[in-house]
Design a protein around this ligand. Structure first.
Ligand code: ATP
Ligand code: PH2
Length: 167
């Protein structure tokens, strides 16, 4: 049996897709996280159909997951990016359409400000497509910069454009 005893850090990951079969892609991405020896999947939110923020493009499917891991933040980011690439992600326009986007939202209560990695994710507090699914699985997690819980932050946001999809 895999020893998960060192998987001590709790992380939140945001998932999004608006190209191809998005539901299959997001489920596939969750499966990829699940098979990583240094990652233990804790919870996965429902999927939401969300109006695109940014240039005109198709609606997104968004959701969030929480994981425990022994990976460092940069090593976890690197695994997320390799999963994005494996699902055909091509980096083009900023905020443009993509087969898969995996954002590292929170890593314990750490604040990280590196050129390649900022945690908490710098735009998560303004994004209902992040906070609504995250509030489903981690309402009491306190975002370290504001000190507010995800549930409180979510209640402050306009929820229009985020629609819960049936199973
Ligand atoms: N918390 C984070 N999670 C994921 N990527 C991050 C994070 N902080 C910084 N980055 C950096 O952001 C870069 C661009 O990421 P990406 O192309 O996914 O942005 P985007 O999805 O278009 O926009 P946004 O970051 O607003 O969601 C990545 O190469 C990565 O190094
Ligand atoms: N609704 C929605 N809009 C977006 C999203 C996303 O995941 N959902 N991601 C973006 C870039 O990361 C830009 N705009």
């Amino acid at each position: 049996m895999t020893d998960l005893s060192l998987n001590n850090s709790l992380c939140a990951i945001g998932l999004g897709s608006n190209l191809g079969n998005s539901r299959a892609t997001l489920i596939g991405a969750i499966e990829r996280l699940q098979i990583q020896p240094q990652i233990e999947l804790i919870a996965v939110s429902s999927w939401y159909q969300t109006a695109p923020i940014g240039p005109p493009q198709p609606d997104y499917l968004n959701g969030c997951a929480t994981v425990k891991t022994s990976l460092t933040p940069l090593d976890l980011l690197s695994i997320l990016q390799s999963i994005e690439t494996d699902f055909g992600r091509v980096r083009q326009e900023v905020w443009g359409a993509r087969t898969l986007d995996l954002d590292l939202l929170l890593y314990d209560n750490l604040i990280i400000d590196l050129p390649t990695l900022q945690i908490p994710h710098p735009r998560m507090l303004e994004r209902a497509f992040v906070l609504i699914p995250l509030a489903e699985i981690a309402p009491d997690w306190h975002e370290p910069k504001s000190g507010d819980s995800i549930a409180t932050l979510c209640n402050k946001l306009e929820c229009a454009g985020v629609k819960l999809l049936p199973e």
